[in-house]
Each structure stands twice: as C-alpha cells, then as structure tokens.
Design a protein around this ligand. Structure first.
Ligand code: IPM
Ligand code: MG
Length: 349
C-alpha cells in the first residue's frame, strides 16, 4: 500500500510501554511489505485530560480521521476516576473516537494457543480447538443512548435502529463466510424490545446468506455456553454492552486478557486497533506488561487497513513461536518482562 500514516495513541498506564514494543515489531516487518509508515504520536485519555482538560481534543480527532489507521494503547487510571458527571473521564476519549470515526464493528478474535492451554482457568479439554470471533456493535446501544439524572433517579437508554443492526450483522456474516460458516447472534429478546428488533433484523439478513448457519441465543445462556463449550462457536455477533461483557469472559479462555487483540472498523479500510486489556495502573512503569496483545493488534492493522497479509502473519507467527519457546509474561505465570518479550519477538522477526 506504499506510504501510510498511523496515528499512535499510547494513552495511560502501561499503554506507552506496550505501544513502544508494537511499533518496534511493525517497523521490523514493514519494509519487506513495501510499507513506509509515518507514525504520528498524539495524546488521548487521562494524559490528554492533564494537558488539555479533555480526553480527546478536536485536533487529535481530526488527525485520526485523516490517518490510514489508529493504534491505541490503553486509557484510564485511578487518577481520573470520578462519579461526577461534569468531570472529564479518559474513557470519553475512546468513545469519542469510536463515534467520531464511525467505527461500528469491533472484532475480537479468541484463539487460545496450544502453548497456553494450561494458563487458562478452564480445563484443557474444554478449550481445545476454540477459535471464535466476537463481533461487537460499537457505536450504539446503551453506551450512546440518552442518559441522565432526575432527582434521586438515574437512567441510561438502549436504542437501536434497523440500519445500525444490519451493518454490524453484515460484518459478522462476511467474517463467517471466510471462517467456519456459523453466526451466533446474542440478544435478550425474551425481555428487551431492542433485542427483539435485533433478532428480527439479523434473521432477515440471514436469509440473504443461505450458506451461513445462523443461531440465536440469549445473553445469559451465551455467558454459560462460552465456558462450557467454547469450541462450538465461530462468529458471535452482539450489541455493544453484551459484547463488552462477553468479550472479557471469552478472553479468559486464552488464559490471559494480555493476549487479546482487537480491531474497530467502519465502512472504509481505516480502523482503530487496540489490545483488549486496560491500562493496568497497578503495574505501570514496572516493565512487566505483556506487549503481545498490542503486537497482535498491530498485525490486525497490517492486514485490515494495509492489506499486508504476509507482514501480519509474520507478527502472529513470532508471537506463537515465542510462546511455544516459553516466553511467558507474568500474566501467564512466567517471569519475562516487556522488554525481554519484545526482544524475543524481534529476534524471531
Ligand atoms: C472495552 C472497554 C471500554 C468499553 C471502556 C474502557 C469504555 O471496556 O473496550 O471493552 O466498555 O467499551
Ligand atoms: Mg471492555
């Protein structure tokens, strides 16, 4: 794809530590892919609140809009924790980016590596063969609905339009076509009206994808099935908050949330890529953070935004090989620190 610009938002906590290593890994594979990457680093999250009083400035949003991709570390920390609705929160930056860039589909693949089977809290025979993809709706639902306080009461509303449901479901059907051909749509249609519309629209869309097997399950049941038979899932599509919760649960199948990458995509090729884990303020600055989820997120960026399949596969293969060779961070019961893991990846690349 030639010359591309990536806006990097290291964010807070361990964000800058893992981002630095992901950039190193990408720089190692980009030239062979014919990619010349201009990295443009900007503030977003708590660090931006400290500098500008807001988690996401108009300038940074504009820079992200004009970039070919955005690579994000993590945002948040106790320093900015508040229940005061009038105070800025780091997460507002992330939500502002998702809405501002129109990133309605969040892809979170979950595939435990054989080397990590024993790191999972689930038994080896339960997780063996698991290879699933959570497609989470990212710009609608309760995250963006009307909210407020009235006297002693507070409320948040969950609303979805047909269009919002259809476009994310379409992403799920297409993803399934390139995988094992199955979509599980998760809702709470026995209680929620927005879920009944969700089920209706997904069912209609399913009719135009006759080769894809479609099943609907309720979210409480999905939470249970995810730990009892995770390998039966292929693509899971669900609304914003259910996807938030289920993707953290699914992450533990791999043994550590420190391993999971994600891509947030809109209708074009640009996207936002970030590890699923948070800013882990408790270990920030200690050099313990596992950079693998960020490296794997950068691999998703190379694939989805730049079409650099081979470079992406190189990064994924290096992570897999490093793990098989015992390069385990503390999150996986090992001893290796951020720099050491990154050096191992670079050596393999
Ligand atoms: C995630 C996170 C965010 C979310 C937070 C930080 C706002 O938990 O990306 O899953 O809830 O979407
Ligand atoms: Mg979450």
């Amino acid at each position: 794809m030639g010359e591309v610009t990536v806006v990097v938002l290291p964010g807070d906590g361990i964000g800058p530590e893992v981002i630095a290593q992901a950039r190193r890994a990408v720089d190692a594979v980009a030239p062979a892919a014919g990619l010349s990457i201009t990295w443009r680093e900007e503030l977003m999250g708590g660090c931006s609140i400290d500098a500008h009083g807001t988690a996401l400035t108009d300038e940074v949003l504009a820079a992200c809009k004009s970039a070919d991709a955005v690579l994000l570390g993590a945002v948040g920390g106790p320093k900015w924790d508040t229940t005061d609705p009038d105070k800025p929160r780091p997460e507002q930056g992330l939500l502002g980016l998702r809405a501002g860039l129109g990133l309605f589909a969040n892809l979170r693949p979950v595939k435990p590596l054989e080397a990590l089977y024993d790191a999972s809290p689930l038994r080896r025979d339960r997780i063996a063969g698991t290879d699933l993809l959570v497609v989470r709706e990212l710009t609608g639902g309760i995250y963006f609905g009307k909210r407020g306080r009235e006297g002693d009461m507070a409320y948040d509303t969950c609303a979805y339009s047909r269009e919002e449901i259809a476009r994310v479901a379409e992403v799920a059907f297409r993803a399934a076509a390139g995988r094992r051909g199955k979509v599980t749509s998760v809702d709470k249609a026995n209680v929620l009206e927005s879920s009944r519309l969700w089920r209706e629209v997904v069912t209609e869309l399913g009719a135009s994808h006759p080769d894809i097997e479609l099943e609907h399950i309720l979210v409480d049941n999905a939470a249970m099935q995810l730990v009892s038979r995770p390998s039966d899932f292929d693509v899971i599509v669900t609304e914003n908050m259910f996807g938030d919760i289920l993707s953290d649960e699914a992450a533990m199948i791999t043994g550590s949330i420190g391993m999971l990458p994600s891509a947030s995509l809109g209708s074009g090729t640009a996207g936002l890529y970030e590890p699923v884990h948070g800013s882990a303020p408790d270990i920030a600055g200690k050099g313990w953070a596992n950079p693998m989820a960020t490296v794997l997120s950068a691999a998703m960026m190379l694939r989805h935004s730049f079409g650099a399949e081979e470079a992406a596969a190189k990064l994924e293969h290096a992570v897999e090989t490093a793990l098989a060779q015992g390069a385990l961070g503390r999150d996986l019961g090992g001893q290796m620190g951020t720099q050491e893991i990154s050096d191992r990846l670079l050596a393999l690349l």
